[in-house]
Design a protein around this ligand. Sequence first.
Ligand SMILES: [Fe+2]
Ligand SMILES: [Fe+2]
Length: 249
Amino acid sequence: MISVMTTLERAEAAERAMSEELDRVVVKSVLYTSGEKDPTKPVVRPPDQGKLYMMGPDPRLPHMPDRPTLFDFFKYRFAPVNHMLQSARLAQKNGASEKIILACLLHDIAIAGFIRCDHGYWAAQLLEPYVDEEVSWAIRYHQALRFFADESVGYRYPDMYVKLFGPDYKPEPYIERAYREAREHKWYMSSRLICVNDLYSFDPNVQVRLEEFTDIVGRNFRQPKEGLGFDGSPAAHIWRTIIAPTKYL
Ligand SMILES: [Fe+2]
Ligand SMILES: [Fe+2]
């Protein structure tokens, strides 16, 4: 316990030192620390030393263009996306349609750039204004379908999940419900194909370039001319939050 406290204190001191170097005060959103800290407890803030609060892009992050494209998010905000690139390439190799290749390329963007929990739903919401409904539908439901085998297409419950979640893990009722809904839906197979091409045993030596998908994205993703985040779509605020995640309000 003592050493844990010390580690936490050390991390906090390092963080304080880092934020002191910024000329703006950064206050982390509750989600950043929820768990490590009890969100219901009051936050003790260090004195702001007369500094203003962060109300724009965080200088610690790469600069984003004023009218960011989908690829700008891949380059400047998302964690390494080799997993999705390899998925998309596999789908392409398997002869999938452009819609499915795009769905594979984007299926885990919530994990790469936003929030892990319920990542299929978040990704679908981010993408809905810009892609064919079938693509966002498939991405939303891949979250549930991942947990259920479909022998007809050779999809087995991932060994990786046994390792990650234990042999007794059972998906929650809302996931099971979503699975049953999806099975009855005309786009079931589109979502299933994301799972089929969503392999975990990727070759770390194979590097796929994002630019390989420039044409497919160009034809299937409606890039807004104002830039993602500034186009007034129902998902624009989520893109803006990814651009400036430490903005005070
Ligand atoms: Fe996923
Ligand atoms: Fe994935």
